[in-house]
Ligand binder design. Structure first.
Ligand code: NAD
Ligand code: UFG
Length: 354
């Protein structure tokens, strides 16, 4: 086959590939839908909207000028999920749906196990029953527990320090057992570091329901004067300026990592399970993030130094080299871009999608 013909056949194959995106109305899922549509994939979203709004998906369609299919459904509804997979002739699944608040998981462990682990089991059973065995799963750097050192490689020791982390570790294990038991599966477990930022249009972004727990949405709300000031949790860590160091990754880079993983899986023989960190490999402190945010957005972010937050580690950033080696993917956007796009989303949507 000539190169051109091979290219056209491949484009044709990709353009007909239907991807089921669970949790697609949420923060990361909506950005993923956008990039999948841009890449020519067909997209079907299942989301029960417990932590999102379907307006995000309308905005995605506007931005990319293509349509997707949205089904309001709970992934624990195995039979319904099966019907959706069959009806839409799904080829691959990207599984984002889940509850993600660490503090809440400590208070409501049963709900977290039921939703996250129970949901994953139902989804995987539905996939198996339909013979669909290509899977990408949203895991988290939380599976490294309290890391002994950074940068963190994929082979570092694993532990769970809260129920949310336990659900991620359990699902990772379930996926590995499934792949070991059946040589038709292909899976990619992606361990995210700290996703921040938004699509540069400011039309989609992170929309926390309550007062944010995470640093970037808290900063944007302080900058908007929705919150009075930021508490910096500890300035006496063993880090260059004493504040906590994390690996913030732009959500657009993160979802590009998913597209790279999907292309990789579709070109691999079955019985393939890969585990990959998605981070920048660069640590950034709380004070550095505040200063960059103030400079790029030309706005003051009032803050005070507070006590350390229970359970926080001093420093946590990725060794991102395996993602580059395996997927030919690396993060491109820097902290200034993350701060600019986060604030653009917040100023254009002061009340989120409401
Ligand atoms: P999000 O809450 O914005 O999105 C999750 C979506 O899943 C929501 O739209 C929610 O309504 C949906 N959902 C939850 N349970 C469901 C169920 N049973 N059935 C159907 N839909 C359901 O969260 P996000 O930040 O976009 O995170 C996506 C995934 O990435 C999650 O699995 C999360 O644990 C993981 N993750 C997120 C981060 C982060 O900091 N945002 C870091 C590491 C990993
Ligand atoms: N921080 C503050 N003030 C705040 C919020 C956070 O100083 O109001 C500090 C924290 O102490 C930490 C840094 O900002 O040093 C980042 O905190 P985040 O809460 O934004 O993020 P974490 O690294 O604590 O946790 C996040 C997700 C977890 C996930 C973990 C690893 O919330 O679910 O990244 O992926 F497990």
């Amino acid at each position: 086959m000539s190169n051109i013909l091979f290219f056209l056949v491949n484009v044709e194959r990709m353009s007909k590939h239907q991807v089921l995106v669970t949790g697609g109305a949420g923060y990361i899922g909506s950005h993923a839908c956008l990039q999948l549509l841009k890449e020519g994939f067909e997209v079907v979203v299942i989301d029960n909207l417990t932590n999102s709004s379907k307006i995000s998906l309308q905005r995605v369609e506007e931005l990319v000028d293509r349509r997707l299919v949205f089904v309001e459904e709970d992934i624990r509804n195995e039979k319904e999920v099966e019907k959706i997979i069959r009806f839409h002739n799904i080829g691959s699944v990207i599984h984002f749906a889940g509850l993600k608040a660490v503090g809440e998981s400590v208070e409501y462990p049963l709900e977290y196990y039921e939703n996250n682990v129970g949901g994953a089991l139902s989804l995987f059973k539905a996939m198996k029953n339909c013979g669909i065995k290509n899977l990408i799963f949203s895991s988290s750097a939380t599976v490294y527990g309290i890391p002994e050192k950074s940068p963190i490689t994929e082979n570092s020791s694993l532990s769970a320090v809260n129920p949310y982390g336990s659900t991620k570790l359990s699902i990772e294990k379930i996926i590995q057992d499934i792949v070991n038991s059946d040589n038709q599966w292909r899976s990619a477990i992606l361990r995210y570091f700290n996703p921040v930022g938004a699509h540069p249009s400011g039309k989609i972004g992170e929309d926390p329901k309550d007062i944010p727990n995470n640093l970037m949405p808290y900063i944007t709300q302080v900058a908007m004067r929705k919150l009075e000031k930021l508490s910096v949790y500890g300035d006496d860590y063993d880090t260059p300026d004493g504040t906590g160091v994390r690996d913030y990754i732009h959500v657009m880079d993160l979802v590009d990592g998913h597209i790279a993983a999907l292309h990789y899986l579709l070109n691999q023989p079955p019985k393939n399970n890969v585990i990959v960190n998605l981070g920048t490999g660069i640590g950034c402190s709380v004070l550095e993030l505040i200063k960059t945010f103030e400079k790029i957005n030309n706005i003051e972010v009032p803050y005070e130094i507070a006590e350390r937050r229970a359970g926080d580690v001093a420093s946590c950033y990725a060794d991102a080299s395996y993602a580059y080696e395996l997927l030919n993917w690396s993060a491109k956007r820097d902290i200034s871009q993350m701060c600019k796009d986060s604030f653009e989303w917040q100023t254009k949507n002061p009340n989120g999608f409401e």
